[in-house]
Design a protein. Sequence first.
Length: 359
Amino acid sequence: MTMKIAVLPGDGIGTEIVAEAIKVLHVLREDFGLDMETEEALIGGAAYDATGTPFPEATLKLCQAADAVLLGAVGGPKWEPLDYSLRPERGLLGLRAELELFANLRPAILYPQLVAASTLKAEVVSGLDIMIIRELTGGIYFGQPRGRRVNADGEREGFNTLYYKESEIRRIGHIAFQTAQKRNRRLCSVDKANVLECTELWREVMIEVSKEYPDVELSHMYVDNAAMQLVRAPKQFDVMVTENMFGDILSDCAAMLTGSIGMLPSASLDKNGKGMFEPIHGSAPDITGQGVANPIATILSVAMMLRYSFNDAVNADRIEKAVTAALDAGYRTADIASQGTLKTGTSAMGDAIIAALRA
Ligand code: IPM
Ligand code: MG
């Protein structure tokens, strides 16, 4: 059966990096029999400019009908003055909510070739392989009430709500334990149970879920300590599971351990394993249009798509090996460059990975 992939390049470097991922998909189709077709749609600021909304109905329809979604990035300074409801980010958050993509998998793996690109000492990060599981459709990102208002004293107020019901915690808990079972069987649940009732419930439910996974060792850590431990001794972690905003923050932090946020893919899955796949970085307005962005996170997101949504481990492995081979050959975009490597632009990096695929 032909797999349908909805492609949403979005804003900024989104279009540049997605173009490279599409090149890789085409090679897999032509040379390795991958049965897929792609269709593009608008999201984010690009959608707002063309249609007046960052999340057009046609885009939602296409994504609902597709087997998987590949997304570039959304946002940029141009749209910052807009009301929240019209910001590019609403497109991405709307998609996560509408498709119920509650499970966000963010692997942070350090390629041995990039040890020198990390700002941390080689002995701290070499061999790093962590999986951060971020709850993606609840927590403070979506809790009600939220908003801004002027209070009785004429002062402006802003407020958001950290809210979880236990079923939301339980379902991400199951994903986390099952992920840990396929890895080193250690799960660290990150919360702020010393201060926030909502995450006290989070901890309680994680402990309840753990009873069904006696082979996985569960530990708990406060989020402030977790941030510190990630830069102090990151290799202590195998799988981490946490609330939406904590996961947003910790995954950027983990990204830097690997040398560059330009290396990290992600999968956002619904309860049936259907998903959206995107690099964890943003639209990078500062380097947009220069042809220098690193396409690897997006290309590795395609590998995650093949693995998680299409059950195609063979082609997923092919992509991951080709990325390794391109790095071995010395190709480096600016974000991961170091002495003696070949300074490579976005499309040249895509070409290097394709050459390795075909080799
Ligand atoms: C991410 C991003 C998004 C988020 C933004 C672009 C809305 O930072 O995927 O980590 O905050 O979830
Ligand atoms: Mg983020």
